[in-house]
Design a binder for this molecule. Structure first.
Ligand SMILES: CC(C)(COP(=O)(O)OP(=O)(O)OC[C@H]1O[C@@H](n2cnc3c(N)ncnc32)[C@H](O)[C@@H]1OP(=O)(O)O)[C@@H](O)C(=O)NCCC(=O)NCCS
Length: 260
């Protein structure tokens, strides 16, 4: 339990340098602003046929745009690390839906994870181990104690319910995003249920994973609390050795991506 976790906060989102690389002991989290979506001509077309079909299948137009923008940004970002043009990257999904670089291409040692919520997209990339990221817009109109009773472990739910009502929202979203980031790093998504990862909802305590159901208890987790924007909660989780976390800002006009 509690092995290797440490508190880390990413609240600064830097413009990338012209010669961006990622060291073995680094994890980069990219912030993608989704509102308004990029207006650059042709921007939305820089996807494969399969990705275009996926976008077209969304019932909700905003969700389709969100997918297109984040997927285009993902291709641009991975292409810099892999040193391949974005449209030459081969991306795949496993049977649980986790995206990955297809093997046998430059950059196939990169791990990455994607999340979106309303106006914010996040893309986490590392070579250090499986990574997950989650972002949530923090709604106010919810009964957080009731949701926690339904989806969190009894211990987490008890701690949350004992907090004053005005502290519950932040604690709830902190807990939720850490859980979902860990579940994405494991490749499980929500299929295993949020209670499969137990964490500490106390905002005064360091971020930590207390246990993960059916997982090796000696597993080392690196966690980062992310502050992508006001009213959003976000977290990244990495299974592996200690890393340096870095926040980067993606932009459609960024010269780094124009070379491709
Ligand atoms: C992954 C999951 C938690 C995402 O939840 P969400 O809050 O709706 O959406 P987010 O924006 O946070 O994350 C979406 C991203 O998660 C990623 N993702 C999907 N399944 C994943 C998994 N099993 N592990 C890790 N990441 C996953 C995708 O990259 C997706 O982005 P994309 O649609 O742009 O490619 C949820 O969709 C889930 O649990 N899905 C899969 C589990 C499952 O039952 N699979 C059965 C086979 S289909």
């Amino acid at each position: 339990m509690d092995k290797g976790e440490r508190d880390c906060l990413v609240a600064q989102w830097d413009a990338p340098s012209a010669c961006l690389t990622i060291a073995a002991d680094e994890a980069h989290v990219w912030r993608v602003m989704l509102d308004p979506p990029p207006q650059t001509p042709g921007f939305m077309q820089a996807l494969t046929q399969e990705e275009q079909a996926r976008a077209a299948a969304f019932q909700n137009a905003d969700r389709a745009t969100q997918f297109r923008v984040v997927r285009t940004a993902l291709r641009q970002i991975l292409s810099v690390y892999a040193d391949l043009p974005p449209m030459m990257l081969r991306l795949m999904h496993d049977r649980m839906g986790r995206p990955a670089m297809a093997p046998g291409q430059p950059g196939d040692d990169l791990h990455f994870s994607v999340a979106h919520s309303k106006a914010i997209g996040l893309i986490a990339v590392t070579r250090a181990g499986p990574i997950g990221v989650d972002v949530e817009f923090m709604r106010a109109d919810r009964d957080f104690s009731a949701i926690a009773r339904r989806f969190f472990s009894p211990a987490e739910s008890n701690i949350l319910s004992s907090m004053p009502a005005d502290a519950q929202r932040t604690a709830f979203y902190r807990c939720w995003t850490v859980k979902e980031a860990c579940l994405k790093a494991m490749g499980w998504g929500l299929a295993e249920g949020l209670a499969a990862v137990e964490t500490d909802p106390d905002p005064g305590a360091p971020l930590r994973v207390i246990r993960v159901r059916a997982a090796d208890a000696t597993m080392s987790w690196q966690l980062a609390a992310l502050q992508p924007a006001w009213e959003y909660a976000a977290a990244a989780a990495l299974q592996g050795p200690r890393v340096q976390w870095r926040g980067l800002a993606w932009g459609p006009e960024e010269p780094l991506f124009q070379a491709y």
